[in-house]
Design a protein around this ligand. Structure first.
Ligand SMILES: *Cc1c(COP(=O)(O)O)cnc(C)c1O
Length: 387
């Protein structure tokens, strides 16, 4: 049997923290109190001080974090929201759920994140009526690396747009020392089990700089009420479970060390690829592989380690056959999704997003990944290109 290198291995992580986790979960079981409560509040305070924001509000998923944020800033039917087509569906699904419309802007091919200069170009090219309907920008810190937020915030100020960061993949990432999710008006996080900080079920969080927005999100999370059975606004049920709060409080202590370990894995991949002569450094075109590049000032936490690869689809198949987990994030950019047919985008509308969808591949990366496994992965990739 060949060596097995899964894309992600949560069982190894659990082995190290099993006792602490079970003790915390047992406390919740003994309390028989399962929704919100002291563990969730403790987590909210931890995350808020970690990000240096006034408040953090625990909720039921990253998707709900986005939805609550958009509701809190008053996004509704007819509004337009700028974002990237190269992201997980939740980024725009939440916009569309409110009757608003995503306006797509292509990515920077080196970082895979939305290109600020193209945002400004898009806004300037809009009809006056459309420009009036423009309300917000959602930058997505994809794969664990921050968007160029300085430029985003400048554009947002110039055109009076709200900024909601989709930091679902970036808890702990930073740009010039400022943490992902703490730079815009609101920051959204996901604790989906496979994220860098993953719960044991669904979970999410909103980081808020303003007390007013934070209070509104707290109300929206419980059917728009502050006092039970008194509903001032229309919200819904987006609460966090106590068990998730308990699990995440344990795991939060390790987050920085785990992110550091991912960075060490990423460096090891880089060295192995360069030594193998499959890749040259930082985006050169000659090699078979293009390594991920890190923008200036960024602390990348490698939620994913993404390469561009020649003959990508066959490479994926070859690696899978050899016991190596790898995945395509994301095979179809959002402007070409069936549910967005009515928006009228054609193939070729966002060439860099479409190219990334055709060429990129996520390789295994997680804190427990060992050097033998990484050598095996890179060795197999070399074998693929030089049979
Ligand atoms: C995971 C993710 C979400 C959604 O989070 P859920 O907790 O799965 O709802 C949103 N945006 C991005 C970029 C994500 O990766």
């Amino acid at each position: 049997m060949p060596m097995q290198v899964p894309l992600l291995d949560l069982k190894l992580q659990y082995e190290h923290i099993r006792e602490e986790i079970q003790k915390e979960i047992n406390e919740v079981l003994d309390s028989q109190s399962f929704i919100l409560g002291p563990k969730v509040e403790a987590l909210e305070q931890k995350v808020a001080s970690y990000l240096h924001v006034r408040q953090a509000i625990g909720c039921s998923s990253g998707t709900d974090a986005l939805l609550l944020s958009l509701m809190a800033i008053g996004i509704s039917a007819g509004d337009l929201v700028i974002t990237t087509p190269y992201t997980f569906f939740a980024t725009t699904g939440s916009v569309s759920r409110l009757g608003a419309t995503p306006v797509f802007v292509d990515i920077d091919p080196s970082t895979y994140t939305i290109a600020p200069d193209l945002i400004e170009k898009k806004i300037l090219g809009m009809k006056k009526d459309d420009r009036k309907r423009l309300r917000a920008i959602i930058p997505v810190h994809l794969y664990g690396q921050c968007v160029d937020m300085k430029s985003i915030l400048k554009i947002a100020r110039r055109y009076r747009l709200a900024v909601i960061e989709d930091a679902a993949q970036a808890l702990g990432a930073s740009s010039y020392g400022r943490k992902a999710g703490s730079m815009g008006d609101l920051g959204c996080f996901s604790f989906f089990p496979s994220k860098n900080l993953g719960g044991y079920g669904e979970g999410g969080m909103v980081a808020a700089k303003s007390k007013t927005l934070a209070e509104k999100i707290r109300m929206l999370r419980v059917h728009g009420s502050k006092k039970r059975y008194h509903h001032q606004i229309i919200g819904y049920n987006a609460r966090m479970d106590a068990i998730q709060g308990a699990v995440l409080m344990v795991k939060f202590q390790y987050l920085d060390a785990w992110n550091e370990a991912r960075r060490i894995c990423a460096e090891r991949y880089r060295e192995l690829f360069l030594k193998s002569e499959l890749a040259e450094n930082e985006g050169t075109k000659k090699g078979f592989i293009t390594l991920p590049s890190v923008a200036k000032g960024n602390y990348h936490i490698y939620h994913q380690f993404i390469i561009r690869a020649k003959k990508r689809n066959q490479l994926k198949k070859f690696l899978n056959e050899n016991g190596i987990g790898c995945e395509i994030y994301y095979p179809i950019p959002l402007h070409l999704q069936e549910c967005y047919k009515d928006l009228g985008y054609q193939k070729g509308a966002f060439p860099e997003s479409e190219k990334a969808a055709r060429e990129t591949l996520a390789l295994p990366i997680y804190p427990e990944l060992c050097s033998e496994q990484q050598e095996y992965v890179v060795g197999k990739i070399r074998e693929y290109y030089s049979p």
